[in-house]
Design a protein around this ligand. Structure first.
Ligand code: ATP
Ligand code: MG
Ligand code: MG
Length: 554
């Protein structure tokens, strides 16, 4: 592929390599919390972290940030491992869980207490909040702030041993209640939670907070560059404060670097909201093909390559911005245009009888598997007297500029003959049920006579007696609004009512052999994938991943 574009993070790494800051070491990490499935925003971070490790002969660790026992589950751990692997990345032996560090984190907390840098506070959560102050108002010290080291140690050990109820005590870092940065106003670093943890079971009833856990986990893994999104910029002083206090007992002090998160239009990008869509039944699970989870886009038909191309194309910067959904869709079109075999399907059939075509005749028409790749060969698509065309390829009263079939008009049946519409049959309600054509036997594609007459319209078709039925699922964007969670109105009110339509369509008989996750371009309709779960031998189900052209505008 194309070499990765430079960005400010690569510049930092290259400078560090020049100065010898890390002795040439580059270690990054991707640290998801297993409280939901990964989404396309996480893909940006995965591609960034694993991509840097790949390009600088480094290591990227995969670490589960599992310090919230109530919200985390093994199902999410499994789905995350699956998604990272699917994207094409390998953590090797560098798989970690923050919960593996619970003993160390506890030991370090006792060390901080011993240094006079942490204390047990016995205020309620509300009281702590009230004393924290605001952006414009300094906070105030807790009455428990000056507890003696021995008392703090005793209380903290009793917190650990389960003596106290949830919420009765917390451990706080002793920093500065007047700091302009609220994160430094004696943040809570441990809380009591009598909760079962998906890995450590009931061993612990105190759990460390994110900010405290994260920097120490980074240090224990000897991460060099700890990359996170911009919201964490004003947590960096706490990251550095914590590691500075522990300088004598942790192996290194990684550099936290912030970059802009991915914001994508026509979607919501938070596990909490995605979870809500699943729980409320507004979508068919975490891997509903309309979901922007990696499990969802995979099922929809996205390739890992197209997601990596997208991550490369949007780049890395320090300024927040919005990316239009069409950028993602174009990456898939670009990738599949190169890779997908072409096939013919008729989604909304209209019967056509070719009056002058012999009753019992059937002939092969050669359809290339890829118009620009003759080396991929072609396949025989049988033609017979009765065919199906797309209902939208016929108009009884053609509008201006309509070059497909209408009474008296001519059109080319792709890979076959030119036909002229000679009659229209309607049912009692006036709906067109069948049309009659005649064909020009001299006009077959690929023969000398084919180019004699220039015909503007060129439509696809299938022989009625050869075509097979298959379920086709027409998906579109989940939201009809570019910024569903901009606020003002509940994002769920912006769901696109036309985002999912299941139909029974006619497909080339060869498509019956499609295997789960086979991808095709269905001519004139878009890119489709055989559903990885519902496709059974001889009974494919196709999902539309993306149409051939953007119909949403910008
Ligand atoms: P969410 O609110 O969706 O749950 P999160 O940041 O809480 O997101 P984590 O599991 O903590 O989810 O995220 C793991 C990593 O993925 C973090 O380093 C985070 O910065 C990164 N990440 C999450 N969302 C995005 C995004 N939209 N763009 C880029 N990186 C992201
Ligand atoms: Mg998080
Ligand atoms: Mg979150």
């Amino acid at each position: 592929g194309i070499p990765p574009a430079s960005n400010f993070i690569r510049n930092i790494i290259e400078e560090d390599n020049r100065s010898g800051k890390w002795n040439g070491r580059v270690e990054t990490r991707f640290p998801p919390e297993p409280n939901g499935y990964l989404h396309i925003g996480h893909a940006k971070s995965i591609c960034l972290n694993f991509g840097l490790a790949r390009d600088y002969n480094g290591i990227c660790h995969l670490r589960f940030d599992d310090t919230n026992p109530e919200k985390e589950e093994q199902e999410y751990v499994d789905s995350i491992l699956d998604a990272v692997r699917w994207l094409g990345f390998d953590w090797g032996k560098h798989l970690h869980y923050a919960s593996d560090y619970f003993d160390k984190l506890y030991e370090f907390a006792e060390y901080l207490i011993g240094q006079g840098k942490a204390y047990v506070d016995s205020l309620t959560a509300e009281e702590i909040r009230a004393l924290r102050g605001t952006l414009t108002e300094a906070g105030e010290n807790s009455p428990y702030r000056e507890r003696a080291v021995a008392e703090n140690l005793d209380l903290f050990r009793r917190m650990k041993s389960g003596e106290f109820a949830d919420g009765t005590h917390v451990l706080r870092a002793k920093i500065d209640m007047t700091s302009p940065n609220i994160n430094l106003r004696d943040p809570v670093i441990y809380r009591i939670r009598h909760a079962h943890h998906h890995r450590t079971g009931d061993k612990w009833c105190i759990y460390p907070m994110y900010d405290y856990t994260h920097c120490i986990s980074d240090a224990l893994e000897k991460i060099t560059h700890s990359l996170c999104t911009l919201e964490f910029e004003d947590h960096r002083p706490l990251y550095d404060w914590t590691l500075n206090q522990l300088a004598e007992i942790v192996p290194c002090h990684p550099q936290q670097i912030e970059f802009a998160r991915l914001n994508l239009t026509y979607t919501v990008m938070s596990k909490r909201k995605l979870n809500e869509l699943v729980e409320s039944g507004l979508v068919d699970g975490w891997d509903d093909p309309r979901m922007n989870t990696l499990a969802g886009v995979r099922r929809r038909g996205y390739t890992a390559e197209s997601i990596r191309l997208f991550a490369e194309r949007i780049g890395i910067s320090k300024a927040d911005s919005w990316i239009d959904m069409s950028v993602l869709e174009d990456c898939l079109r670009e990738d599949l245009n190169e890779r997908a075999h072409r096939r013919v399907v008729v989604l909304e059939p209209l019967k056509v009888i070719i009056d002058n075509y012999p009753e019992d005749r059937e002939e092969d028409c050669l359809a290339p598997n890829h118009p620009q790749k003759p080396e991929w060969g072609s396949r025989a698509v049988p033609l017979s007297k009765t065919i199906y065309i797309e209902r939208s390829d016929f108009m009884e009263i053609p509008s201006k500029g309509y070059f497909r079939l209408s009474p008296g008009a001519e059109v080319r049946l792709r890979y076959a003959y030119i036909v002229r519409c000679v009659d229209v049959v309607k049912d009692a309600s006036g709906e067109v049920v069948e049309i009659h054509c005649t064909y020009d036997p001299e006009s077959k594609s690929g023969t000398a006579g084919a180019d004699k007459r220039k015909i503007k319209g060129n439509i696809h078709w299938l022989s009625a007696s050869h075509a097979q039925k298959a379920e086709v699922r027409l998906y579109d964007r989940l939201f009809a609004h570019a910024h569903p969670d901009a606020g003002g109105q509940d994002y769920k009110t912006f769901l696109n009512p036309h985002s999912k339509k299941f139909i029974s369509a006619y497909v080339e008989s060869a498509l019956n052999q499609a295997q789960p996750e086979d991808r095709f371009q269905f001519e004139r309709h878009g890119y489709f994938i055989a559903d990885r779960h519902d496709t059974k031998t001889g009974k494919p189900v196709f999902n539309r991943a993306v149409t051939l052209r953007d119909s949403w505008g910008k």
